[in-house]
Write a protein that binds this ligand. Structure first.
Ligand code: ADE
Ligand code: ZN
Length: 330
């Protein structure tokens, strides 16, 4: 099945670039930048990756990001992800980044955007992989900071296609960020948001109706509300689901309990993605493999997920059709 999975052309629509920082790279960068990490070794970092919920992960994730300092660091991080994604058959990547994680440490947009853009341009040449960025607002910070962030981002938006909303979900509902989303829309950006990962179905409704998002990240708790499911099916709203992440953050007890099969049966437009692969034990191919191994997904289901991922992407209709035609040939 590994061969089938890596040959299936697919889009990855839910991956946080800061969540692709492998412990080895974290240590290399910390060393070359003279940054003190709160861990003594790669083994100690990995041992700390025992999460009880989203917050327990985020606390460590923001510490790890401190190693990232220079344009070269951001270039190396993005290159490592895109090289790895290419081996998993990813032909299109829409990649989250958290500017506030960096600007709050005194690292400006020009530093990370230069590194990201150069790596993305090189990956097009090396792998033919197409990539764009999604700028995420950190929802645990005041909504005014999100507004200041999108205004500060304005001169740096080349390669950014959309805005998103991530970090601690419960207690930070989507409607707090309506002004930042309105500004982003006035800049020509599209919109997505994390909702229904730990938060209730109401957060999914408000992301759709108040923020006007086109895609929901996670959305697994949508199943608790049949009216919401009907709405998501009717409007073919894509949900970017991350099975191994949901297991690692205890959103579900195990892969065998994951609601993905029920979501597919309900007619939802679901795709499979890695979220923070360096922290959750696997890249996008590992997520597909987990579904095959534990839930018995066969070629038909895996192909449907790959097809959904392309359909859910922000590619133009022409490029979607070309990639879908290629998928059918494979
Ligand atoms: N930031 C990185 N990964 C995240 C997740 N799974 N949920 C919310 N914020 C995140
Ligand atoms: Zn996420």
């Amino acid at each position: 099945m590994t061969d089938v999975i890596s040959r299936l052309p697919k889009a990855e629509l839910h991956v946080h670039i800061e969540g692709t920082l492998e412990p080895e790279m974290m240590f290399d960068m910390a060393r070359r930048n003279g940054v003190e990490l709160p861990f003594r070794s790669v083994e100690e970092v990995r041992a700390a990756y025992e999460f009880t919920d989203l917050q327990s992960f985020l606390d460590i994730y923001y510490q790890g990001a401190a190693a990232l300092q220079t344009p070269q660091d951001f270039y190396d991080l993005m290159t490592a992800y895109l090289d790895r994604a290419a081996t998993d058959g990813v032909r299109r990547a829409e990649i989250f980044f958290d500017p506030q994680t960096h600007t709050s440490r005194g690292i400006g947009f020009e530093v990370f955007m230069d590194g990201f853009r150069e790596a993305m341009a090189d990956a097009v040449r090396r792998h033919g992989i197409s990539a764009d960025l999604i700028l995420c607002f950190l929802r645990h910070l005041p909504a005014g900071d999100a507004v200041a962030t999108i205004r500060a981002a304005e001169p740096h938006l080349e390669g950014v296609i959309a805005v998103g909303l991530d970090s601690s979900e419960v207690g930070y509902p989507p409607e707090l960020f309506v002004e930042a989303y309105e500004i982003a829309r006035s800049f020509g950006l599209r919109a997505v948001a994390h909702a229904g990962e730990e938060g209730p179905p109401e957060y999914v409704w408000n992301a759709l109706d108040i923020l006007g998002v086109e895609r929901i990240d996670h959305g697994v708790r949508s199943l608790e509300d049949p009216d919401l499911v009907a709405r998501l099916v009717r409007d073919r709203v894509p949900l970017t689901v991350c099975p191994l992440s949901n297991v690692a953050l205890k959103v579900v007890d195990g892969l065998e309990d994951h609601p993905l099969p029920r979501m597919m049966e309900a007619g939802l437009l679901v795709s499979v993605n890695s979220d923070d692969p360096a922290y959750f034990g696997g890249y996008v191919g590992d997520n597909y493999r987990g579904l095959a191994d534990v839930l018995g997904f066969g070629e038909e289901e895996l192909t449907r997920l790959a097809r959904n991922s392309i359909e859910s992407s922000f590619l133009t209709a022409d490029r979607k059709a070309a990639l879908l035609a290629y998928l059918e040939r494979v």
